[in-house]
Write a protein that binds this ligand. Structure first.
Ligand code: FAD
Length: 385
């Protein structure tokens, strides 16, 4: 990362290989993503072609073992992808959801035959992944999921509807969270994969949001969808446990995105305030703003150190659910606080969509809600007190 926030010290958690990969991926982002992102925001979706290009060039699924088409690299490479997309606020490009949230479920819990069928296509961007937990009547309380999967010989029949599903329009494979034992609460939850084109599986609207305009977020409907039992991801009725095991990585990713995005927006704001004349000086010359920026630099810099420690421990397999919740809570709350202050320093231009800060501000709001809301993060932390 090349922000003025960084001291001369390199980040201990990342090696020169990570930084070389960053340089490559940055070139891809500057060439294939940045010039088009505004058009995708208007279209409400990122074209599948971009996913294929990223896959061909090895930017999807960095941690996936080579035998399934990945690079077999460590999670530091995934972090670099998240950081580079956050740096330019390419908020519609949900590579991380695919590579580091959906693919890990398939890798950890699917049958060998399904892994061989799906994972190479996912690594090459030919099959985009989504995970469907949330329903119209249920979000935070995962055990209250209403969608059902009834076993019928060697098939499941799935019924239910989901909402707010990222990659919903583009997804070729959806991991559906449903009840295989509706009376058993969290012990009746299972994860079952549904491929696009399966009869009875339909997509609803691409939902209109206040931010993340380039990201397709959709309703999904399942009406008597029959899938082979082999599509079960993990143990029948073991889905809640699998979710609890994987969710910390999702939360860490959201925290990494928040940290890098607020660093980039601080840079933008320093440059803007230094260039904007007002009352015969620049905005930056007013102590009230300069001090705010100094405070932001100190606080955001402190968060980076904490987050890199979380990242290092995650790479060692030592990050707890509570620590990931703390990173997400702190990162997203801090991002919202600072982006709001930075927008204010841009005056009316901050409210214009053509300025990065305005778009980043609306995009950041969801960080406090999805992947488990800030209140749910506090519950997770509070349980350990
Ligand atoms: C843009 C976007 C993308 C998303 N992508 C996905 C996706 O890909 N897959 C998916 O499954 N879901 C996705 N979601 C859904 C998201 O995870 C949920 O919106 C989120 O978990 C909150 O659930 P809810 O909206 O039902 O809110 P509710 O659960 O109804 O919560 C309402 C309020 O109650 C608070 N609350 C809940 N529980 C507690 C508690 N125990 N203590 C105190 N307060 C509490 C919440 O914090 C919130 O403020 C996405 C959402 C958005 C907006």
């Amino acid at each position: 990362m090349d922000t003025a926030l960084r001291s001369a010290r390199p980040r201990a958690v990342l090696t020169s290989e990570h930084e070389a990969f960053r340089a490559q991926f940055r070139r891809f982002v500057e060439r294939e993503i940045v010039p088009h992102h505004r058009d995708w925001e208007r279209a409400g979706c990122v074209p599948r072609e971009v996913w294929r290009k990223a896959g061909e060039q090895g930017f999807l699924c960095p941690t996936l073992p080579e035998e399934y088409g990945g690079a077999g690299a460590d999670f530091g490479f995934s972090a670099v992808v998240v950081e580079e997309l956050a740096r330019v606020n390419a908020s519609g490009v949900a590579f991380q959801l695919h590579s580091d949230i959906v693919v890990p479920y398939v890798l950890a819990y699917a049958t060998e035959e399904r892994k061989r069928a799906w994972l190479p296509r996912m690594a090459f961007g030919e099959m985009i992944g989504a995970i469907a937990m949330t329903e119209p009547g249920m979000g935070s309380d995962l055990k209250a999921v209403r969608a059902t999967a009834r076993r019928d010989g060697d098939h499941y029949t799935i019924n239910g509807s989901k909402t707010f599903i990222s990659n919903g329009q583009n997804a070729g494979l959806v991991i559906v969270v449903c009840k295989t034992d509706p009376e058993a609460g969290r012990k009746g939850v299972s994860l079952i994969a549904v491929e696009e084109g399966t009869p009875g599986f339909t997509r609803g609207r691409n939902l209109e949001k206040i931010g993340l305009h380039a990201q397709d977020t959709s309703e999904l409907f399942f009406e008597d969808v029959r899938v082979p039992v082999a599509n079960l991801i993990g143990e029948e009725n073991g889905g809640f446990r699998h979710l609890m095991h994987q969710l910390p990585q999702e939360r860490l990713i959201i925290a990494i995105r928040a940290a890098t995005n607020m660093e980039a927006m601080l840079e933008e704001t320093i440059a803007y305030t230094k260039s904007r004349p007002v009352f015969g000086q620049t905005v930056f010359d007013f102590q009230v703003h300069r001090f705010k920026l100094a405070e932001a630099k100190a606080e955001i810099g402190m968060f980076r150190v904490y987050l890199d420690d979380c990242l290092a421990r995650h790479m060692q397999g030592e990050l707890s659910g509570e620590e990931a919740a703390a990173a997400k809570l702190l990162g997203t709350e801090m991002q919202n606080k600072w982006l709001d202050a930075f927008l204010q320093m841009h005056g009316g231009y901050g409210y214009m969509a053509e300025y990065a800060i305005g778009r980043a501000w609306t995009d950041a709001r969801v960080g406090r809600i999805y992947g488990g809301s800030s209140e749910v993060m506090k519950e997770i932390i509070a349980r350990t007190l």
